[in-house]
Design a binder for this molecule. Structure first.
Ligand SMILES: Cc1cc2nc3c(=O)[nH]c(=O)nc-3n(C[C@H](O)[C@H](O)[C@H](O)COP(=O)(O)OP(=O)(O)OC[C@H]3O[C@@H](n4cnc5c(N)ncnc54)[C@H](O)[C@@H]3O)c2cc1C
Length: 383
């Protein structure tokens, strides 16, 4: 086994979260190694819906990764009873192709000085005296800090005791369909066909990203039965597209996302995904950015106390800037998905609701801003 030279940070996983962390760390002058299990650009089952507001976290233009700009959102209940909302011009919503977005940010990291090794799964991560040792493909890499960005199936978050020790999973099935898109600037959300969740159809270049997500309960969703109804409503054959089942860790409580020895967990591995609407890209990018800021201070700290505080600031920032809204999002999900028909009538069909959802997805508002009114309305079933 060969030992490579010491890096400042090893980032395990070059998805959205890992690539964002690697970019910001390299741009701050740190020596970064990204280890990615798959060949880049890699496929990732994902709807690709993302608020354009994430652009503020990056000095480079993200639009090369954008496939469609969404101008309106249509909600339905059992493919009927539609509500269409025109998104405000100041809260645009993008559809990105994940293979492109993640690779693009990783390339920006490389341009800023990071080293990317794809087809290189991390096999073990251990603390050895004052540094980390990561083994991959017969090589041993060493660093002062590590970023765990290995996604919803993370094998390292649990063993390093970072994030939620008992992750909760939503079930999600993704379908990519090549087709002529009729309304390229409309994203659709259908609430009545999935028992404890919803399905979506996002237009992208040359087709649709379609998916079925279920957020509470352990019963598996019969995604084929849902798609049999959803696909024909888009003018597509009921059996169109390649179906891929993906586990998705969702937010389920506040947990430390750092260890004093210089490890942080980001993105899905940190269980950050929104438990109501499955929004995982924005928190993945946010955690990449915030963890890089914290690690920058950790690496430059002049005392142990300063170093420990720098990393504790990361967990605290994610709690304030994301977790507190998600705590309310989880409560809304628990009430809404138990009585979804009432939820649709009293929640989604309200004239102000689509605007609120757009504001939540863009980060202008948190679930805390609407939760108490929504929960009261659903529990007491009044409009
Ligand atoms: C069907 C579906 C639809 C979704 N739609 C949306 C949506 O429309 N909008 C939205 O905001 N969110 C959506 N999400 C959630 C979103 O996809 C995730 O939250 C997001 O991908 C998290 O990014 P990440 O970088 O943390 O993880 P990932 O993108 O999963 O990246 C993890 C990376 O780590 C690599 N890796 C794993 N193990 C190792 C290892 N041992 N060594 C090295 N590398 C490793 C993997 O190969 C992968 O490249 C959806 C999720 C699903 C499942």
């Amino acid at each position: 086994m060969s030992t490579a030279h010491l890096h400042d940070v090893i980032v395990v996983g070059a998805g959205a979260a890992g690539a964002a962390a690697a970019y910001h760390l390299s741009a701050s002058g740190h020596r970064v190694l990204m280890l990615e299990a798959e060949a880049m650009p890699r496929r990732k089952p994902c709807g690709g819906g993302m608020a354009a507001s994430v652009q503020r976290w990056f000095p480079f233009d993200l639009t090369p990764a954008v496939d469609q700009v969404i101008e309106q959102v249509r909600f339905t209940w059992c493919l009927d009873d539609p509500v269409t909302a025109v998104l405000p011009g100041d809260s645009p919503f993008w559809i990105v192709q994940r293979s492109r977005l993640d690779h693009y940010i990783a390339q920006q990291a490389v341009a800023a000085g990071a080293e990317l090794m794809d087809r290189s799964p991390a096999e073990s991560i251990q603390r050895n005296d004052d540094h980390w040792v990561v083994e991959s493909g017969g090589h041993r890499y060493t660093s002062r800090a590590v970023v765990l960005a290995d996604g919803s199936s993370s094998r390292f978050a649990g063993s390093l005791e970072l994030g939620n020790p008992r992750p909760r999973y939503a079930s999600a099935v993704a379908v990519e369909v090549e087709a002529e898109v009729k309304e390229p600037s409309t994203a659709r959300f259908e609430f009545g066909l999935v028992r404890h969740g919803f399905c979506w159809a996002f237009p992208r270049h040359g087709g649709y990203s379609i998916g079925v997500g279920s957020f509470i309960g352990k019963d598996p969703v019969d995604a084929d039965a849902v798609l049999d109804q959803l696909l024909p409503s888009l003018g597509l054959p009921a059996d169109a597209g390649l179906r891929q089942q993906s586990p998705l860790r969702v937010w389920d409580g506040h947990y430390p996302l750092h260890s004093a020895a210089g490890a942080v967990v980001v993105g899905d591995a940190a269980s950050l995904c929104d438990p109501f609407l499955a929004e995982g890209l924005r928190p993945a990018l946010l955690s990449g950015v915030r963890s890089a800021e914290a690690l920058h201070h950790y690496l430059n700290a002049t005392s142990q106390r300063q170093a420990g505080q720098a990393l504790a600031n990361y967990s605290q920032a994610m709690r304030e800037q994301w977790g507190e809204s998600m705590a309310w999002g989880r409560r809304i999900a628990q009430v809404f998905y138990r009585v979804p028909k009432v939820g649709y009538q009293l929640g989604i069909k309200r004239p102000t609701a689509p605007q609120r959802i757009a504001q939540i997805l863009s980060g202008e508002m948190g679930y805390g801003d609407i939760a108490q009114r929504v929960i009261k309305r659903l529990l007491f079933q009044r409009s």
